[in-house]
Design a binder for this molecule. Sequence first.
Ligand code: KIV
Ligand code: ZN
Length: 385
Amino acid sequence: MKQIQIFDTTLRDGEQVPGCKLDRDQKLRLAERLEELGVDVIEAGFPISSPGDFAAVQEIGKLVKNATVCGLSRAVKEDIKVAGEALASAKRPRIHTGLGTSDSHIFDKLRTTREKVIERAVGAVRYAKTFVEDVEFYAEDAGRTENAYLAQVIQAVVDAGATVLNIPDTTGYCLPEEFGAKIKYLTEHVVGIDKCTISVHCHNDLGLATANSIAGVQNGATQIECTMNGIGERAGNCSLEEVAMILKHRLGDQFSTGINSRLLNPISREVSMEMGMSVQANKAIVGDNAFAHSSGIHQDGVIKARDTYEIIDPREVGVDKSLIVLTARSGRAALAYRFKELGINLTKRELDAAYKIFLEVADSKKSVEDEDLKVIWKGMAVAVA
Ligand code: KIV
Ligand code: ZN
């Protein structure tokens, strides 16, 4: 059984999303909850970016007891120094430093050469090591970096003392097979990589962040970088709740994590509330509809046996129960079930009569609520009298 480290970057990659900015107290509250959730690493912020973020990283470093606290920096001396200062009181500090390695980053953004990028990478890691022992190097846009050159960069930073090697698919470009092969290639071509943690940091531009992260661990990565609700730059990052449940439910015989899955739903809601960023209703694991059933065919199945249409028990992720939502597509079984929840056990004749009225009501609105059911029941009682 391989233990997969969960590196949460909700407070850094997630927080840099327009509209999601958190103040220091909000960051502290969420850091505490992320630690309770069981993440191994909390990326608390980008200390040089603002005095507020510096203070947040510093305070989180003091507050967090078990998780590693990480601060981001570019491969720039001043960034690294400020990150080192912000993390000075953390119990388990980590500096996360790096730069772009794809041709697009090297030639268009950084306007430099491949050789100079390696020199800068090595210099950044060596300098970060003067502040902390635990240094994570990111090869930005590794997803679009040619494997042979990526292996050269990674070899150089391993030799310089990097402890964690982050292979980001920054633009969400890779297909799962391709990304898995990239991780495997590195494990086979970098000497000493087995002494380091290989990390994957996948973005969701093509909706493949979760699939790519899983392909990464299936090919040798032992850390996944992710965010609650999948928030992050553009289409977001890999979702913490998704990888945690995939590893637990589908790959539990090979991998484990420290995540307490019962806290996934409550913490998803807290993140959404603090950031003012709603979660799409059909979001896997934490969306409002993740355990809701509305069509008659599905409702009939779930009422008879929950697992006909649910692969996860909602309580396992902190949701009280599955929902039977009444709409014009619902059947008699669902209507009887919802009346029963209100303490009303309908006979077959009563159910037939109620269903007729229900369909009229349901056709006129999006969903039929308990209040509507009470009115239907009252109307039936009056008709009988
Ligand atoms: O997406 C990315 O490449 C990043 C790095 C800074 C790790 O967020
Ligand atoms: Zn990112």
